[in-house]
Design a protein around this ligand. Sequence first.
Ligand code: AKG
Ligand code: FE2
Length: 278
Amino acid sequence: MSASQYIDLDRYPIDRAGPDRDAVIARARAALAEDGCAVLKGFLTGAGIAALTAEAESVADKGHHSHSRTNAYFTRDDPSLPEDDPRRQFFDRSNAFIPADNFVPEGPLRQVHDYPGFDRFIQDCLQEEKFYRYADPLADVIVNMAEEGNGFPWHFDTNNFTVTLAIQNAEEGGAFEYAPGIREGDENFAEVAKVLNGTSERVTVLHLEPGDLQLFRGRYSLHRVAPLKGARPRYVAIFSYVEEPGMVGSVERTEQLYGRTLPVHHERAGQRADAYID
Ligand SMILES: O=C(O)CCC(=O)C(=O)O
Ligand SMILES: [Fe+2]
């Protein structure tokens, strides 16, 4: 099976310049302009979903589990603030990242990632001028694995955008919930507090299905993955792009997310400011 059978190229002719590709890009741009989120439903074919699921399952035991308590800003507690300030609301976060070097070039995930025109297509949707694949062999494309009891609570991303591909859903739960543009302009702590305590009316709930590609600008939009239920794990691939060529993660961050480092992380340490992954 080859990459051209994993991606629904009739619906998403990412490698063929012309009006059909232009129309897909125009729709994604419009959705991003509207609320910072574009979903390309059914980006993968049924065969693609099956192949990526089987691959994720085959390397699931290589996932690095991590657990932390974080607020929406990934900052430390500040006891000088009132107790009900959103910066003081901490939630459990736990999941496992399957590092990128478990996905071999001839496997389906990398066949999709390396398909001609894939990067350019994402870049054209996002309209980012500086756009390079993350050069980190542990992190350029990973699978985020989460099970019942795990969670990705409310947060703002520190990176400008996130590109995810849904592979498998949990039996229940796992909706992607977001409050579009909630801190556009200013931090808007009052409304953020409402989202955190479940009383905001600004939350959009997205039910992504296996095979959906999502482009999300999460810097200004508070978002979370709703709690998961059931025995089946949720698998989501995350593709990482950065603003400069040759970037890799810092030693500390890589150790924390993937449980190990490679020589390249040590060689490049100190050459640049870290920009990823949270
Ligand atoms: O797992 C997801 O669907 C999104 C996770 C997320 O918000 C992130 O990676 O920042
Ligand atoms: Fe996020």
